[in-house]
Ligand binder design. Sequence first.
Ligand SMILES: [Zn+2]
Length: 333
Amino acid sequence: MIHDDNNYYQINDIYRTENNRRNKKHNSHINKEKITIVILIIIIFIALCYIAVHSFAVIQESMKQQQYEQEIIKAKEERERQQKEKEEEQKRKEEEKRQEALKKAEEERQKRIPKLTEVGRQNMENIYKSETKRAFLTFDDGPSTVTETILNTLKQENVPATFFVLGSRVEAMPDMVKKIYEEGHYIANHGYSHQYSSIYQTPQSVLNEYNQCNDAVKNAIGVPEYNSHLFRFPGGFPGGPYVDVKTQAKELLSQNDILYVDWNSLSGDAETSSPTIEYEMNRIKATTANRNSLVILLHDAQAKKATADALPQIIGYLKEQGYEFKNFYDIIK
Ligand SMILES: [Zn+2]
């Protein structure tokens, strides 16, 4: 029995030892697996960390890139906006300049269109009165073949003048009328036909001739609203066989804002069929003596070439006498 017990213990020991060995082996196996798993986990963790860090760097880089691109787009947009603003500013300035030029041109144009105001009427009433010496050169019956010569002298002498044109002549030489106008002279009205029997039929026929002449002037100078408001009766206002018609016509014209003017001095170029320069100078000297305000009657007509030829001397003489030259823009304004 003891023997059996011993055997039993021996077997048991062996078994235990074997078991322990097995257990140890088993444990060792488990430990190896654990270590492997831990290592794997660590590797995975490191890999994940690496991926995470790398991904983060990539994302960050991508974000930076996006931000950079956005900044470039923004900068480009800003540049385009500034460029556009600059262009718009330039356009606005050019438009302003254009408008300013148009305004100035219109102001200049308006200055050349006579406007009859109360001041103008008073100035006309006092046309022969002046504290200082002033001279209005007035040329009747044009335009004509000598207008060019007259204009050249006026330009050379820097003298403004007034032309009482005839509608029929204006229609014959519209370019010359435009030239007179563009050179700053005052274009006034002398009717259309210059035929007394026609213009002095009735007061209305005087007004009709005024309008007919004014229409011809408008067309010639290209200014639709032009009105000189200033008439000179062919043959002059006072006296003659048509004095009654002229007196009534003066009222009718006045009602239509049209004033008239005669003259108080002259070159006498209508007094003889072939006046000479000497004759005209003598008449100028005689009729201008002791007057401050001169309205001088001269003629712009082919037959009165002597007047155009005498003009430099007439102007020279008046300048010597201290006269300042004016036209009716200084009166009707
Ligand atoms: Zn005349």
